[in-house]
Design a protein around this ligand. Structure first.
Ligand SMILES: Cc1ncc(COP(=O)(O)O)c(C=O)c1O
Length: 382
């Protein structure tokens, strides 16, 4: 069987440690360990961390961490999540991986949004499954194409995959769009896999993006500390779902990684504690909200060259460039000639786009944007 590589991760592995300006990483600028431990209200002392015995943690995540994760899924109807509804994984990456192993059987189809983070898409192809897509519409503010969603459904649809807030567009689904996804899944008995790793990184609203948790019985929700919390190095993600499905996923987790690390579990429990979590979310939103005007000013200066819909959440935006050059080629040229690394639209299923991250300090963004403009103007003039 042919193998489809995970393009965005391949590109990141190759370039991210070499470039001067990394505008591919979709989270905000990461915290240093001392910043995390130093938040007011932090209950983890350096001494207690140093005294940690470097043993395996609970394989499904230490209870204190699962308790803090469960608290993120209150539901107005049905039961709120508790710790048995949560499995801690090595990032949302492992979560996606074991979900595919657990749910997809021969003959099953994946129906996924596009553009999106393409891990499920590639994994489904690599295990011989059919993948169908439904678009977010570029000319309609990235609204869901509900007709395509319904057309993509079949009696073989096992998973409908959504990423909300969406990577790479930053679009947040409306309640009507969420209802439409639930109705579509219910019609054929499909699972909804909702990747919600950017929940908490809202740019415009103070409340958090609503979760799919509790809206339908066959829902699995993914979270991660990598994006909305600025802690990708902890490699902590999670899945929230019904107790029996979480148990089944846990059985695959034992085969895949056994567990995350004890240090990551402790630090993640601290990050999601009631005292620290709001401060991390504030920090992330400050990066998103400070970076966005810099991006917006750049977009206005380059009118004619770019068009885009401002993201509603996350520190990333998906920009259409009006030049006749392939996005992977352009991305590589930018890396080589300017030291600025941006995501190629190809890696999200749409050529002629660049995904640009703006969760960095103003001076960094201004210099990086100026360098990108120089190359694009040369290409335009050629
Ligand atoms: C939408 C989405 N899901 C999952 C991941 C995987 O993140 P991690 O494994 O760091 O939690 C990413 C990383 O970019 C992402 O953007």
């Amino acid at each position: 069987m042919s193998f489809t590589p995970f393009d965005i991760e391949v590109i990141q592995s190759k370039w991210e440690q070499r470039v001067e300006f990394n505008l591919v990483e979709s989270g905000v600028h990461p915290l240093r360990l001392e910043e995390l431990l130093g938040f007011p209200g932090s209950e983890l002392e350096v001494g207690a961390l140093l005294a940690t015995e470097l043993n395996y943690p609970h394989v499904n995540g230490i209870p204190a961490l699962r308790e803090n994760i469960a608290r993120l899924y209150p539901v107005t109807s049905g039961a709120a999540a508790d710790i048995d509804n949560v499995l801690v994984t090595v990032g949302a990456s492992e979560a996606n991986n074991i979900i595919m192993q657990t749910l997809m059987e021969p003959g099953d189809e994946l129906l996924t949004q596009t553009p999106t983070y393409m891990q499920l898409w590639g994994m489904a192809l690599n295990t011989g499954h059919t993948v169908k897509t439904f678009g977010l519409q570029a000319d309609a503010g990235w609204a869901l194409d509900l007709e395509a969603l319904n057309n993509g459904l079949s009696s073989h649809t096992k998973i409908i995959a959504v990423c909300n807030p969406n990577n790479p567009t930053g679009h947040i689904m409306t309640e009507a769009e969420m209802d439409a996804v639930v109705e579509a899944a219910d019609r054929v008995g499909a699972w909804i896999v909702a990747d919600e790793v950017y929940r908490g990184a809202e740019r415009l609203r103070e409340d958090e993006t609503p979760s799919f948790y509790g809206r339908y019985d066959k829902v699995l929700c993914l979270g991660s500390l990598s994006k909305a919390y600025g802690l990708p190095g902890l490699r902590i993600g999670w899945i929230t779902g019904s107790v029996d499905t979480i148990e089944a996923l846990w059985r695959r987790h034992e085969y895949t990684t056994v567990s995350t690390t004890i240090l990551s579990n402790k630090l993640a429990a601290l990050a999601l504690s009631p005292a620290v979590r709001p401060q991390l979310i504030r920090r992330t939103r400050d990066y998103v909200r400070r970076g966005f005007p810099v991006l917006e000013a750049w977009m206005q200066e380059q009118a004619g060259l770019f068009s885009y819909t401002p993201p509603q959440a996350s520190a990333i935006t998906f920009i259409r460039y009006h030049l006749d050059i392939n996005s992977t080629q352009l991305m590589e040229q930018l890396c080589r000639e300017t030291g600025v690394f941006v995501g190629a639209g190809d890696a999200f299923g749409m050529d002629h786009y660049l995904r640009v991250a703006f969760g960095q300090d103003k001076a960094v963004l201004e210099e990086a944007f100026a360098r990108i403009s120089r190359v694009l103007h040369q290409l335009q003039a050629a």
